[in-house]
Ligand binder design. Structure first.
Ligand SMILES: [Zn+2]
Ligand SMILES: [Zn+2]
Length: 212
């Protein structure tokens, strides 16, 4: 009887939770906040990519500088991605569903294991440079072009990273189901992003939109 009732509860929870996306896509508003100088062609690419991928309304805020409070210089001059997410959560107006920062500057975080300890070697992971960070689920994410722009496949990688970070905000975790899913974990290697396609696998689409 216990098993039956647990199963029933699980069924109810699953049915109540439903798809991650609660509104129709055209009613979802995403704001992009550029930090520093982001070339107009890059802004256009990011805007179009997010709109084409998710069907959301995308608005672009005027560029501003990142506050000094997020700045650190342990290995090199960088801004803390986790601080940026906290600031963006405070700034985000209620009229906007998700706020994506797009930074000219390098961003980093402290990378921790499942127990909350800094990964070893600590000197490497205490200030770990990243391409992007997004809360899952959550209202904001940040992506930096700093490490991408001088390397191969710049634009293709940027498109996948912005779609991936917004995917985290929408509630999609890292995905092992689709071999080329854009929600795969890059596992600390930028070249893994090149194996992905600019698309969600059927399993991620089902989580996001429900049965279609
Ligand atoms: Zn990720
Ligand atoms: Zn997937």
């Amino acid at each position: 009887m216990r098993i039956v009732s647990s199963f029933f509860l699980l069924f109810i929870l699953t049915a109540c939770n439903g798809p991650l996306l609660k509104k129709s896509p055209e009613k979802v508003v995403v704001a992009i906040q550029p930090y520093g100088k982001i070339p107009p062609a890059i802004m256009d690419t990011v805007t179009k990519t997010l709109h084409d991928m998710y069907g959301f309304q995308i608005i672009v805020y005027p560029s501003k500088e990142l506050p000094k409070s997020a700045f650190i210089n342990i290995k090199s001059p960088r801004y803390r991605a986790d601080s940026i997410l906290h600031m963006q959560e405070r700034w985000k107006p209620d009229s906007v569903d998700y706020l994506m920062g797009l930074s000219q500057y390098d961003i980093s975080m402290t990378d921790r294991d499942k127990n909350g300890n800094i990964k070893k070697p600590i000197s490497k992971y205490k200030d770990w440079g990243v391409f992007g960070l997004g809360s899952c689920p959550g209202p904001t994410c940040v992506v930096s072009i700093f490490r991408l722009r001088k390397r191969e496949n710049y634009i293709d990688r940027l498109k996948k990273i912005v779609v991936h970070e917004l995917g985290h905000n929408l509630g999609l975790p890292h995905c092992d189901d689709g071999p080329t899913c854009v929600m795969r974990d890059a596992n600390e290697n930028i070249k893994n992003i090149d194996k992905e396609k600019l698309e969600l696998c059927p399993s991620c689409k089902k989580k996001l939109y429900g049965e279609q």
